[in-house]
Each structure stands twice: as structure tokens, then as C-alpha cells.
Design a binder for this molecule. Structure first.
Ligand code: CAA
Length: 295
């Protein structure tokens, strides 16, 4: 299996294309917007340049990797003849169901259809196709070239042979795959999101400040980023959407999103991507600046 396609050229999609191309796969990177594809290729080049600077790869490796990625705005052309298609579009259920219905018609009959969803049911996505046995979750973590984990999620009907292939392929990418079942939040976000939500409550209830909460978890627990910085990095809208999936899926009030998070998302404060969340990213300096609201 050496020819794959990635749908969606955002942060996750370009990271996934990057890691596959670096291992010699021929990658079709597909997005509806030409501008998104241009931005993705520029990001991949920037991340490869950083690896060249750190002497992890040579300039030649960088050029070969870039040459291994072809961009498409036409899904039919992009997926033709590919053995594996990984969807990494926006986390929106209607959009994903539509993409999988189309993919089922356009992709080769034997192709595996994977989704990088962080919280939407694999079983539900698979049900939009005529090949639910070939649909699987392949959940990467941001930044994809750095984070070793791939959460491999089996839908209700996923063929164990498909799971075995995806596990092997993930190992071949230099990642560590972990197999999990298809229940709300899978394993990673079921554990991560309640922790982040508790950090939001700790701030909301005035127990401590933004920097203090992050310092507690960085220096006390050895996390590379504090929970509020990490929430900004993931996107506060994404955190809210996943908490809602957990809350609805389990019907347990312990997953109810903190009202502060709800207000921030409503106000358009989505974290790093919108320029402000718990921290203010407008200054562009190296040091993190706490957003005015919490300073
Ligand atoms: N692409 C490629 N390499 C990158 C990179 C990128 N976008 N960003 C950082 N790096 C590399 C750097 O080159 C550096 O490499 P070396 O250590 O080999 O020299 C390394 O990553 C560390 O980078 P920095 O020294 O610049 O910065 P840092 O030490 O602050 O680390 C970090 C940055 C790796 C992002 C680190 O802070 C971290 O691990 N944070 C936590 C990230 C995390 O938890 N991600 C998961 C989020 S949840 C998710 O994605 C899924 C979901 O469903 C919500």
C-alpha cells in the first residue's frame, strides 16, 4: 500500500500528508480551496526546513518528500487508484457523512476509508458507506510530525484485517498505534477533555489564575504545555464540541462544559487560531501573554 490520499489540507491534513510522504508514500492532498492547498504546502515546507536545520533530514530528503505530494481540488481525480484515503476535514458530522458517501462512490472498491475524527462515531460514519468493514478511525495528534500516537478506532463493523493493516502502517510511519473501541471520545479525548474542563472550572471559580494553573500542570505533572495553553492550541471550539459529544453520548453531567468555555467560544475567542483564548497571540513574541480578560 503505497498510494494514499488525504482529504482536508488544514493543520491535521497537512501534517498527515507530511509524515506519509516522508516515508515514501505517494500522497494526494485534496481540498476544495486552492488557497488552502497552497498554504498547506508552504507549512509542510516550513516544517521540513526545520528538520533540515536540526539535521534530522537532508535537503534532498526534503525535496523528495515535497515531490511525493500532489495537490487536487477535485476529489474524484485525487482519490482515483489510492489504496487508503484519510479524511481530515472540519469536525462536522454532516460534512463527514457527505464526504464518506462520495468517497464510497469514487474510491477503488478495495480502498480503506479512514477518518481522523477526534470524536465522531466511526460506526456512524461507516454507515454512510456500502463498505463499513473498510472504514476505520486513524486519529493523529497535533503537531502530527512530532506526536508519536495514532489512536486506531474500530467501528462496529471494521474488519480485523483492516485494523491489522492500519496498525502495521502506523508503525511503519514511526508512530505508536493504540487500538481502541468506538465509544464517545474514544480513549484520548475521554481522558484529556475532562482534565481540560476541570482546568477551565478551576479558573472560572477563581481558584487560581491562567499562568498559575498551567504552571501547576507543567511543573507538578511534567506536561509539556499547561491545560489552558493546550486548550488554546487544540482550539476552544474543538474542546467544546468534544465535551458535548461526551456529555450527550454518556448522559453524565460530569462532562458538562464549563460555562466559561461556552462563553469564550460564543464570543469567538477560539484560542491560537483566532488570535486569543486564555492567552493573547497577537504579540507574536516568544513569551506567552495572558489575555486581557484574565490578566
Ligand atoms: N512540525 C514539525 N516539528 C515540530 C512542530 C511542527 N509543527 N512543532 C514543533 N516541532 C518540533 C521541533 O522541531 C522540536 O524538535 P526536536 O525536539 O527534535 O528538536 C520539537 O518539536 C519541540 O519543539 P520546540 O522546542 O519548538 O517547542 P516545545 O519544546 O515547546 O514543543 C510541542 C512543542 C511539541 C508542541 C510541545 O509543547 C508538546 O508536546 N505539546 C503538547 C502537544 C499535545 O498535547 N498535542 C496533542 C493535542 S490533542 C490532539 O491533537 C487531538 C485531539 O483530538 C484534540
Amino acid at each position: 500500500m503505497k498510494e494514499i490520499a488525504v482529504i482536508g489540507a488544514g493543520t491535521m491534513g497537512n501534517g498527515i500528508a507530511h509524515v506519509f510522504a516522508m516515508k515514501g508514500y505517494k500522497v494526494a492532498l485534496i481540498d476544495i480551496a486552492e488557497s488552502a492547498l497552497e498554504k498547506a504546502m508552504a507549512t509542510i515546507e516550513k516544517n521540513l526546513d526545520r528538520m533540515v536545520r536540526k539535521e534530522r533530514i537532508t535537503e534532498g530528503d526534503k525535496l523528495t518528500t515535497l515531490a511525493g505530494i500532489t495537490t487536487y481540488t477535485d476529489m474524484k481525480q485525487g482519490v482515483a487508484g489510492r489504496d487508503l484515503i484519510i479524511e481530515a476535514a472540519t469536525e462536522n458530522i454532516d460534512l463527514k457523512l457527505k464526504i464518506f458517501k462520495n468517497l464510497d462512490e469514487l474510491a477503488a472498491p478495495n480502498a480503506i476509508l479512514a477518518t481522523n475524527t477526534s470524536s465522531i462515531s466511526i460506526t456512524k460514519i461507516a454507515a454512510a458507506t456500502q463498505r463499513p468493514d473498510k472504514v476505520i478511525g486513524m486519529h493523529f495528534f497535533n503537531p502530527v510530525p512530532v506526536m508519536k500516537l495514532v489512536e486506531v478506532i474500530n467501528g462496529y463493523a471494521t474488519d480485523p484485517q483492516v485494523t491489522a493493516e492500519i496498525m502495521d502502517m502506523s508503525k511503519g510511519l514511526g508512530k505508536v498505534p493504540v487500538e481502541v473501541k468506538d465509544y464517545p471520545g474514544f480513549a484520548a479525548n475521554r481522558i484529556l477533555m475532562p482534565m481540560l474542563n476541570e482546568a477551565f472550572y478551576t479558573l472560572y471559580e477563581g481558584v487560581s489564575g491562567v499562568q498559575e494553573i498551567d504552571t501547576v500542570m507543567k511543573l507538578g505533572m511534567g506536561h509539556p504545555m499547561g491545560p489552558l495553553q493546550l486548550a488554546d492550541f487544540v482550539g476552544l471550539d474543538v474542546c467544546l464540541a468534544i465535551l458535548e459529544v461526551l456529555h450527550k453520548g454518556f448522559g453524565n453531567p460530569k462532562y458538562a462544559a464549563c460555562p466559561l468555555l461556552v462563553n469564550m467560544v460564543t464570543a469567538g475567542k477560539l484560542g491560537r487560531k483566532s488570535g486569543e483564548g486564555f492567552y493573547d497571540y497577537s504579540a507574536k513574541g516568544k513569551d506567552l501573554v495572558v489575555a486581557q480578560q484574565f490578566a
